[in-house]
Design a protein around this ligand. Structure first.
Ligand SMILES: Cc1cc2nc3c(=O)[nH]c(=O)nc-3n(C[C@H](O)[C@H](O)[C@H](O)COP(=O)(O)OP(=O)(O)OC[C@H]3O[C@@H](n4cnc5c(N)ncnc54)[C@H](O)[C@@H]3O)c2cc1C
Ligand SMILES: NC(=O)c1ccc[n+]([C@@H]2O[C@H](COP(=O)([O-])OP(=O)(O)OC[C@H]3O[C@@H](n4cnc5c(N)ncnc54)[C@H](O)[C@@H]3O)[C@@H](O)[C@H]2O)c1
Length: 464
C-alpha cells in the first residue's frame, strides 16, 4: 500500500474535474487527479462532443437535399470519432502530467473523512473535489433488461444506420439524437411520457416540435412506457393504454443518475440524495473538506455549469475565499434545428415572482433582415424584463445558442437592458434580434408617453 499526501485531490477527470485540476496546479497547489475510465468524461466521449459532431454531419446531409445513403451514416460516425480524437489530447493524462498534476487511473472510494483509496494507493488531502458526473438513468420498465437497448454510452459506436429507431424520452438527448438519426436516414419514433421538452417554454418547445415533425419524426406525447419486449431488429415498446410501437433499435434517454455508488460516501460523512451529493451555496458537501461540482452536485447537467463550478471551487480550495455559486445566470441550449436557448426565469416563473412589475417582449425572427436573407424566419425571442433588467430570455430559432450570448453576459454581470439596446451590432446579423427585444422594452416608454411628447413639443418651440 503506498500513501500520497496532497493539497487537493480531484475525483473524476471530466469537464468539471479537469478544470479544477488544471487551474489549481497552475496556481501552485499540489494536485492529485483520479479518473476511473476515460479522461474527458461524458462530454468528450459520450456527450456534447459526439452528439454535436453527429448533428453537424446530419445537417450537411439534410442540406444536400437527396435521400441519405448508407455511407452517410458511416461517414458521420467517422467524423464523430475523429472529432473526439482531435480534442482528446487536450484532456489527456500526458497533458495533465505535463502541467504537474499527479494522475491516478482507477475508481476512487472514500475510506475516511480525509482519505480515499484507489487500488493499493491511499491519498490524504487537505481538500477533495468530487466531480464524478452522471450516467444514463435506466428506468424500471418491465422487460427492458431483456432487450438490447442503447444509451448515450453506446449510441456513437453503431456501425450502420438503424432502420427504425425508437427513442424513449423527448428531452434534449432524445430529440437531438432523433433529429440526427432521421436526417441520416433512419425512421424515428420518440415516445414521451409527459410533454416533449417539458422543462422549456411551451411556446418555444412547440416551434421545435413542429419542425421536427415536419421532417418526418414521429413524436408521441403523454405516452408513458410501461413494457418493452422483442429482440434485436424487432423491438416492441408498449405505453400506458396499451399502444405498441415497433422498431429495430431502442435508445433510452430519460434523464441522468449521479455517479455516487462507487465512492463509499458514507465513510466520509457525505450526504447524498437521488439528485446527487448535497451541497451548500459554496458547493461544500456535509463533509467540509469535500466539495462536489458538475453533474454529481445535482444543480444541473451542463458542461459549462461544471466549468463554472470549477471556477467557484478553485477560489475556495486554492485561495481560501468564501466563493459561492449562483445558478440564475446559467444558460442552456438544445441543439436541435431550430435551436432552443434559455437563461434565467421562464415566463411562467417570472409572472409568479414579479406579477405586474414584469413585462414580456417578443420579437419574431421574421422581423430580422438577416433571417429573411437566409430564409431562416422560424422562431422568436421572448424577453422577460423587470425594472429595466432582463430576468429571463428564451430564444428559439437559427443559432439561438449563439444569439443568446449578450443576454448571458448581461445576466452574469447584472447589466441593464440599456447596455444591450445601446450596443451597436453589425448589420445584418441574427444577433440583432436580442437588441430588438431590448428596444421593445424601451419603445412604449419613449413613443407612447404623453410626457415625452409634451417635453419634445416644448423643446421644439424653444429651439432656435
Ligand atoms: C448525449 C449528451 C449530450 C450532451 N450535450 C451537452 C451539450 O451540448 N452541452 C452541455 O453543456 N452539456 C451537454 N451534456 C451534459 C455534459 O456532458 C455534462 O453535463 C458534463 O459532462 C458534466 O461534467 P462532469 O465533470 O460533472 O462529469 P463528466 O464529464 O461525466 O466526468 C466525470 C468523470 O468522473 C469519472 N468517475 C466517476 N466515478 C469515479 C470514481 N469513483 N473515481 C474516479 N473517477 C470517477 C468518470 O469516468 C468521468 O470521466 C450532454 C450529455 C449527454 C449525455
Ligand atoms: N444541449 C445540451 O445542453 C444537452 C444535451 C443533452 C443532454 N443534456 C443534459 O443531460 C440531461 C439529461 O437529458 P435527457 O434528455 O436524458 O433527460 P431529460 O430529463 O431532460 O428528459 C427525459 C424525458 O424522458 C421522459 N420519460 C421519463 N420516463 C419515461 C418513460 N417511462 N416513458 C416515456 N418517457 C419517459 C421524461 O418525461 C422527460 O421528458 C439534460 O437535462 C441536460 O442537462 C444537455
Amino acid at each position: 500500500m503506498s500513501r500520497i499526501k496532497t493539497d487537493i485531490c480531484v475525483i473524476g477527470g471530466g469537464s468539471g474535474g479537469l478544470s479544477v485540476a488544471a487551474g489549481a496546479v497552475q496556481m501552485g497547489a499540489r494536485v492529485v487527479l483520479i479518473e476511473g475510465h476515460k479522461m474527458g468524461g461524458d462530454c468528450l466521449n459520450y456527450g456534447c462532443v459526439p452528439s454535436k459532431a453527429l448533428l453537424s454531419q446530419a445537417k450537411a446531409v439534410k442540406a444536400r437535399g437527396d435521400t441519405p445513403r448508407a455511407e452517410d451514416f458511416r461517414a458521420a460516425m467517422a467524423h464523430v470519432k475523429s472529432t473526439i480524437a482531435t480534442i482528446e489530447p487536450h484532456d489527456s493524462v500526458e497533458r495533465f502530467e505535463g502541467l504537474g498534476v499527479q494522475v491516478i487511473q482507477g475508481f476512487a472510494r472514500f475510506t475516511g473523512p480525509d482519505t480515499v483509496t484507489v487500488g493499493d494507493v491511499t491519498i490524504s488531502a487537505r481538500r477533495f473535489v468530487v466531480a464524478t458526473g452522471s450516467r444514463a438513468f435506466i428506468p424500471p420498465i418491465k422487460g427492458l433488461e431483456d432487450v438490447p437497448y442503447m444509451t448515450n454510452e453506446t449510441l456513437f459506436t453503431q456501425a450502420d444506420c438503424p432502420g427504425h429507431l425508437l427513442v424513449i424520452g423527448a428531452g434534449p438527448i432524445g430529440l437531438e439524437m432523433a433529429q440526427a438519426h432521421k436526417r441520416l436516414g433512419a425512421r424515428v419514433t420518440v415516445i414521451e411520457g409527459a410533454a416533449a421538452l417539458g422543462r422549456d417554454d411551451p411556446e418555444a418547445a412547440a416551434v421545435v416540435l413542429e419542425h421536427l415533425r415536419s421532417e418526418g419524426i414521429e413524436i408521441v406525447e403523454q405516452a408513458q412506457v410501461e413494457q418493452v419486449s422483442g429482440r434485436a431488429g424487432a423491438i416492441e415498446v408498449q405505453v400506458k393504454g396499451g399502444t405498441i410501437f415497433v422498431g429495430t433499435h431502442l435508445l433510452v434517454a430519460v434523464g441522468r443518475a449521479p455517479n455516487v455508488e462507487k465512492l463509499d460516501l458514507d465513510k466520509a460523512g457525505i450526504r447524498h440524495t437521488r439528485a446527487g451529493i448535497t451541497v451548500d451555496a459554496r458547493l461544500r458537501s456535509t463533509n467540509r473538506r469535500v466539495h462536489a461540482i458538475g453533474d454529481v452536485a445535482g444543480q444541473g447537467q451542463f458542461t459549462h455549469l461544471a466549468g463554472y463550478h470549477a471556477g467557484v471551487v478553485i477560489r475556495s480550495v486554492v485561495l481560501g475565499l468564501p466563493a459561492k455559486a449562483r445558478h440564475d445566470h446559467i444558460p442552456h441550449v438544445t441543439f436541435t434545428d431550430p435551436e432552443l436557448a434559455h437563461i434565467g426565469l421562464s415566463e411562467a416563473d417570472a409572472r409568479k415572482r414579479y406579477g405586474g412589475a414584469l413585462s414580456v417582449h417578443k420579437v419574431g425572427y421574421d422581423q430580422i433582415d438577416r433571417a429573411q436573407a437566409e430564409g431562416q424566419t422560424t422562431g422568436f425571442i421572448k424577453l422577460m424584463a423587470v425594472r429595466g433588467r432582463p430576468v429571463g430570455v428564451t430564444i428559439v430559432g437559427a443559432q439561438a445558442g449563439e444569439v443568446i450570448a449578450p443576454y448571458a453576459l448581461a445576466m452574469a454581470n447584472s447589466l441593464k437592458l440599456g447596455a444591450i439596446a445601446g450596443t451597436v451590432l453589425p448589420y445584418p446579423t441574427l444577433a440583432e434580434i436580442g437588441k430588438r427585444a431590448a428596444g421593445a422594452y424601451f419603445s412604449p416608454k419613449l413613443f407612447d408617453s404623453i410626457n415625452v411628447k409634451r417635453f419634445v413639443g416644448m423643446v421644439q418651440r424653444w429651439l432656435p
